[in-house]
Design a protein around this ligand. Sequence first.
Ligand code: IMP
Ligand code: MG
Length: 198
Amino acid sequence: MPSASMSGWTKNKRKRKRNMKNNLPEIDVVFDADTIAKRIETLAAEIADKLPEDLLIVVVLRGSFVFAADLLRALDRAGMRPRVDFITLSSYGTRTESSGTVELTRDISEDVKGRSVMIVDDILDSGRTLAFATDLMTARGADSVHTCVLLDKHEKREVSIEADYVGFPVDDLFVVGYGIDMAHLFRSLPFIGVVRQD
Ligand code: IMP
Ligand code: MG
């Protein structure tokens, strides 16, 4: 690469860094990386103990991609080699309150008929997303449908549904990080936190 464009690139990178530093609000840690990792290891052992070997994991994008990646590798360590597919469901858009309707924006490609399925999502909140995914897999003839979420906002339920496997219960806070976003920001944080409001 010629040196002139290299220096331009370096300058832009510095500028970007400065902007990020200035614009990013402060985030209070709720679950640090180590706490999350330890909990996932226990969760994976529990899942491997109870669910069948030929499990198909359906990951609900986008919020749960980091959790699912870590859970899958923990499941492998626990002796389980599940298959994986992805579904994209949306109810928030760029807001921090659910719109109340779940939209299927990208479907799985696997046929779930007769399969043991476990749906993995980041947060169980009103329950609409998980209920939508569970009903969809059941309607398509899945033999069994289990559910696993990293965070359970138990106070906020509007649909009667509980997850079979829960990482952590949380209070009604809008959390970010570890794949979870606020208006598409903060997914890359290695921990889960809340945006400071002051
Ligand atoms: P539910 O359909 O109301 O249960 O909402 C579940 C979905 O809303 C999750 O898959 C998340 O993507 C999103 N969500 C719920 N609470 C939060 C939050 O605190 N931060 C970011 N996304 C959230
Ligand atoms: Mg989600």
